[in-house]
Design a protein around this ligand. Structure first.
Ligand code: NAP
Length: 245
């Protein structure tokens, strides 16, 4: 039985939901975080239980420090420990730099980057005490390549790589690994919002010839949280069908 306790931010839909379900297989206990869509989060919890795990649904906006702390405290109150943190919550507000408003910049950085910082800080003390932890941040290949129309998002995701490596160095002596996965073009609400023409345009750039699934990303996250990945820290694994290499 794998009864480890995981917090997955942004687990109501898409990649976060797939990560929650995959970590639940074999008995994992999963805190299913969401921001606004409670019915979707409850559906994730149902899938977690169907997969053999336990679920606790907690609303929290990770861009708010108090919410991030409350999210970690909820896990500790329910199960007394946190073994795995997956910083998956993310948003986009795409537009060209010339048209980008400060609030579009600030909001995207606040959720994608500062949210992960809030969560890592909130979870660190208990992970350090137990001398074990696995943290996985969900960045993006766009953080490695840049993307026209996504300066805010690409900057936040590139920042997440720096945060990953810094946290990896700070926490390694306590047996806590910190890694990132960088998805390419994954079929979720986030990319569906771009319309079918975006998929048609990007498909020729993907050597494996298909869009990624949320599960493709979830299996990479699960590997990085596994005992088999104990000697891997500060790394970024791309899950992109070969799109960026
Ligand atoms: P999605 O389907 O749009 O889901 C986003 C999730 O984040 C939802 O669960 C949402 O909660 C949650 N969320 C948003 N703001 C939040 C906040 N302030 N606090 C807590 N939760 C919040 O996105 P996705 O495609 O699965 O993406 C998941 C992650 O992968 C993101 O970090 C994204 O940047 C990254 N990524 C995605 C792709 C892709 O192709 N899809 C590629 C590269 C990287 P509600 O449902 O309650 O709104």
């Amino acid at each position: 039985m794998d009864s480890r306790v995981a917090i997955v931010t942004g687990a109501s839909r898409g990649i976060g939901r797939a990560v929650a379900v995959v970590l639940a297989q074999g008995g994992g206990r999963v805190v299913v975080n969401y921001q606004g869509r409670s019915a979707d989060a409850e559906e994730t919890a149902r899938l977690v239980r169907a997969a053999g795990g336990e679920a606790l649904v907690v609303q929290a906006d990770v861009s708010l420090e108090a919410d991030a702390k409350r999210l970690v405290d909820a896990a500790l109150a329910a199960w007394g420990r946190v073994d795995i943190l997956v910083n998956n919550a993310g948003i986009t507000r795409d537009t060209l730099i010339l048209r980008m408003k400060d609030e579009d910049w600030d909001k995207v950085v606040a959720v994608n980057l500062k949210g992960a910082f809030h969560m890592i800080r909130a979870v660190s003390r208990s992970m350090m005490k137990q001398r074990h932890g696995r943290i996985v941040n969900v960045t993006s290949v766009v953080g490695l390549t840049g993307n026209a129309g996504q300066a805010n998002y690409a900057a936040a995701k590139a920042g997440l790589v720096g945060l990953t490596k810094s946290a990896a160095r700070e926490l390694a002596s306590r047996n806590i690994t910190v890694n990132a996965v960088a998805p390419g073009y994954i079929d979720t609400d986030m990319t569906r919002a771009l319309g079918p023409e975006a998929a048609d345009r990007l498909l020729p750039q993907i050597p494996l010839g298909r869009l990624g699934t949320a599960e493709d990303v979830a299996y990479a996250v699960r590997f990085l949280t596994s005992d088999g990945a104990a000697y891997i820290t500060g790394q970024v694994i791309q899950v992109d069908g070969g799109m960026v290499m």
